[in-house]
Design a protein around this ligand. Sequence first.
Ligand SMILES: [Zn+2]
Length: 384
Amino acid sequence: MVSSQRNRPRLSIPILFFFLLLSNLLFAKNDFVKSQIRQAELKLYFTSDIERVTYFSIPGKEGVTKYVYDIYGATLPDGKGISQHTFRTVESFKMGQNSPERLRVVIQSKQKALDRHAYQGKVLAIPLVHGQKATIEGVTLANADKKTKFKSTDSPINRYIVVIDAGHGGKDSGALGGQDRIEKTVVFSISKKLKTKLESMGFQVYMTRNQDSFVELPKRTEYANEKRADIFISIHANAAPNKAQENIFKGLEIYYLSPAQTQRAKDAAEKENSVMFQDKDYYTKNAYLSLLNREKIVESHKLGLDVDHEIVSSVQSHYGHLEDGGVKPANFWVLVGAQMPAILVETGYITHPQEGKNLLNSYYQELVAKGIAEGIERYLKNKR
Ligand SMILES: [Zn+2]
């Protein structure tokens, strides 16, 4: 249950961003130095070793695709960028500070599949022609793989980081379904099972709380950003609005953050995004916002659909039927600020006579955890 959390952040947004800026100052700086195009390849040079690069693409109008590369730990000094470049297969080159710890490169091109980039030391190489493999110092990525010198973002699952957020905790019990049906306890138990399952599949997993403790909502996504998670999953259990309806309300529901609708949500979104618009940004504000929002919403929705599908099939394989409430947009504070696909899973109604009983059952929890883990895997496999 999250209704009490929808409209009231416990920590104000300005304070949250103060912490974000502070954490930025604590990171070692890795400045972008220069770029050049050689042999149909864009090479980017930095002052320090590149930590990590992630990649995704967004199909656009008239066959133009946006290829997006996020370079973690990198910063863009004033007056620098890549917009001066021209190349026959590329419509535009852009570079901007996407977040304090993430430099974003966007290449618009009609070419298909420019994802065989590579990075080593201080250099990132992005091929600009379909089918070409990135090279660094004359070594192709394929050769480099054997030497295990390069890192490629054609990542196996074990490169992915998941942050699990067990809802509520400490003084905040969440929903209560009578007797020992306490949301914070049930969701913590499911979260621990999910962690074990994901780790057995090779994921790197962190939890926003490892015990029955109270964690402020903004701290939860802040933690996921800090860990540079690829996925953020918040686990909850629901409650019927009143006792008379306890027999009626049941089933699984999954939420993702929707475009801001209320004035309050719009204000929050404005503040969330403002940290990314500093003087050094090369994007026009609106174009940048539409890219950022669409990517995050679309990806979170896709993640929600895969997780929903897998939980339903996992639970139904042993329990016959699970009411599927589907995947819906909502403005949950706990998802605001996440820089990765983020969803909130209402695993079921703790107040329903049978479902509430199931949610306390260890095997049922196991099946829910298995479904979530397989949904995450399915989403990431489809994405690659
Ligand atoms: Zn809850």
